[in-house]
Design a protein around this ligand. Structure first.
Ligand SMILES: [Zn+2]
Length: 294
């Protein structure tokens, strides 16, 4: 009788333990699943962000570190909202050699070589975007192309933008963007048209903000200037390339080759990457704005 009672008590205790302890195991399994889930979902979210998020935001963030820089180079080809909807043709014009010579030199660097090298990198980045067509005004680094011909290449391509790439020299540091704000005259030709002036102004603002977002804190920003603030533009009213251009155009002076700081920047792999990404970001900024303008 006593044994039976002990057995009964044992079973009661066993049952109580079973009822109370098993759910605890079940809970702990469930909660560990829950802990795993947020991790997974946050990974998913970041993946969604990078594929659907603004590429311009990516460009902005790309200044921070090497990993982010790499992220810009691998810009997703498709994005739900910020795809360049209509095809956008940009003609990249690496400055020199031209009728104005090979450009400036400094600290062992040659302007025409830097211009070409950066243009090639910009092309690589932009061609990852759908609907962006990138053309060049020259095929070889040493190829001599006159400034009138450079404009005509963009005209014949009916480009949405002619983007001219140069380096400056003199006393100063950093980058500046130039656009024609008035007509000039060269070889009996007066230009560009009021429409080209207007559209160049719109483009230079977009390009500047895209470039600034990448180069902020890395390289001095000298802002937006006009052709007439250049040596040749002052004499002619506008730069030769601008006078003959029938499409919107913007010129960048990326650095001052006379500045050791700037020369060191553009000589470094990091500096080249940043400059290429900055220019690509600026052009992309303009291309994306076309969607609302049309
Ligand atoms: Zn130049």
């Amino acid at each position: 009788m006593r044994e039976k009672r002990e057995k009964f008590v044992f079973f009661v205790i066993f049952f109580v333990v079973l009822v109370h302890v098993l759910p605890l195991f079940a809970d702990s399994t469930a909660s560990s699943d829950l802990r795993a889930l947020p991790d997974l979902s946050s990974t998913d979210l970041s993946a969604t962000d990078s594929s659907n998020g603004s590429r311009l935001q990516q460009a902005n963030k790309a200044t921070n570190n090497e990993a982010n820089n790499q992220a810009l180079l691998n810009v997703p080809k498709k994005s739900a909202e910020e795809v360049v909807e209509k095809s956008f043709t940009v003609v990249l014009d690496p400055g020199h050699p031209s009728e104005n010579g090979n450009g400036c030199t400094g600290f062992g660097l040659k302007e025409f070589e830097i211009n070409f090298e950066i243009a090639v990198e910009v092309k690589k980045i932009l061609e990852q975007q759908p609907n962006i067509k990138v053309l060049f005004t020259k095929n070889e680094v040493n190829e001599l192309v006159k400034n009138i011909q450079r404009a005509e290449i963009a005209n014949n391509a009916r480009a949405d933008l002619l983007f001219r790439i140069h380096c400056d020299s003199g006393s100063g540091s950093g980058y500046a963007l130039y656009y024609p704000d008035s007509q000039g005259t060269k070889d009996g030709k007066t230009g560009p048209s009021a429409e080209v002036i207007y559209k160049s102004r719109q483009a230079v603002e977009k390009i500047h903000s895209g470039i600034f977002s990448v180069l902020e804190g890395k390289l001095r920003d000298n802002g937006i200037k006009t052709d007439r603030q250049t040596f040749i533009g002052k004499k002619q009213g506008a730069l030769t390339g601008s006078i003959f251009s029938q499409v919107p155009l913007v010129t960048i002076e990326m650095i001052f080759l006379s500045s050791k700081n700037d020369a060191d920047f553009i000589r470094s792999l990091e500096g080249k990457k940043l400059m290429s990404q900055a220019i690509a970001s600026g052009i992309l900024h303009t291309a994306l704005s076309e969607k609302s303008a049309r």
